[in-house]
Design a protein around this ligand. Structure first.
Ligand SMILES: C[S@@+](CC[C@H](N)C(=O)[O-])C[C@H]1O[C@@H](n2cnc3c(N)ncnc32)[C@H](O)[C@@H]1O
Length: 254
């Protein structure tokens, strides 16, 4: 998948480089670790394109990675941003990236799963849920997920469906959750069935095709179940997978 590199990488310490990333309205310099951690990509940029943040909104960035969307959200007119990721090095770099971008006072970074590290009474107006949603086979084979970064499990749904089920207790009235669906690289029908059960309104905000190189397609074709493989399509001369991002509102407990 395309990586949003705007500048040459500057090596700042072993395995950590400084790169510039361009997202809606803001260009951010961020510490990233392409060898060991998740690197912001075209999907990160699409999230920034469609997430709506109103003045004084409280924002959660669940699955923050090294903090790209949390730092972006802190530059928007939010009041505070809570960033969460289970990978300790992600949570640490997100904190460091907040300081680097002058938003260290506004962004709080936690290590943990989903909402677990956030106090139970905390609610958000906006939840960016860019959690792992690619099945383990393709996620590892394509090198998108370093070995210490959890994928979406065997069918790509494990993290996103938990997120969808828990969100009703975390949104303020009128609040919105943004979540991704990787058609062809996860069981998208299972994800959408849980989404329909848990939200009164779902609006598809992004529908894009990401072409594979021939080499990438050979790698995924070997490890995808036939039900997923049949959802990959030819776009122009290349096979491609389909990425969606939804805005979910009117949450319900079950
Ligand atoms: C597709 S990456 C996105 C990272 C970041 N938003 C970006 O754009 O670079 C998914 C992230 O979800 C995180 N993740 C996986 N399981 C999680 C969980 N149970 N709770 C929160 N985050 C999780 C991964 O560690 C990874 O950083």
């Amino acid at each position: 998948m395309a990586v949003l590199i705007q500048s040459e990488k500057t090596v700042v310490e072993p395995k950590v480089v400084l790169q510039s990333f361009s997202l809606k309205r803001h260009t951010l310099d961020l510490y990233v670790s392409p060898e060991a951690l998740f690197v912001p990509n075209a999907v990160s940029r699409l999230f920034a394109k469609i997430v709506r943040i109103e003045p004084d909104d409280v924002v959660f960035d669940i699955g923050t990675g090294t903090g790209v969307l949390a730092v972006w959200a802190a530059h928007e007119p939010s009041s505070v941003v809570y960033a969460v990721d289970p990978v300790r090095e992600h949570a640490l770099l997100a904190r460091r990236n907040a300081r680097l971008n002058g938003v260290g006072d506004k962004l709080r970074s936690f290590q943990g799963s989903l909402y677990e590290p956030l106090s139970a009474d905390l609610r958000a107006d906006v939840i960016i849920g860019d959690v792992s949603g690619i099945a383990d086979g393709p996620g590892r084979a394509l090198g998108w997920y370093a070995s210490d970064v959890p994928t979406g499990g065997g069918d790509g749904t494990e993290v996103i469906t938990d997120l969808l089920r828990q969100t009703h207790a975390r949104l303020r009235p009128g609040g919105r959750l943004y979540f991704p669906v990787a058609v062809g690289l996860s069981d998208d029908e299972k994800i959408m069935s849980v989404a329909r059960e848990r939200f009164g309104r779902l609006e598809q905000k992004v529908d894009v095709w990401f072409p594979f190189t021939d080499e990438e397609y050979d790698l995924v074709a070997c490890c995808l179940p036939s039900a997923f493989l049949s959802k990959l399509c030819k776009r122009g001369s290349r096979m491609a997978w389909n990425g969606h991002i939804y805005e979910a509102t009117n949450p319900r407990a079950a």
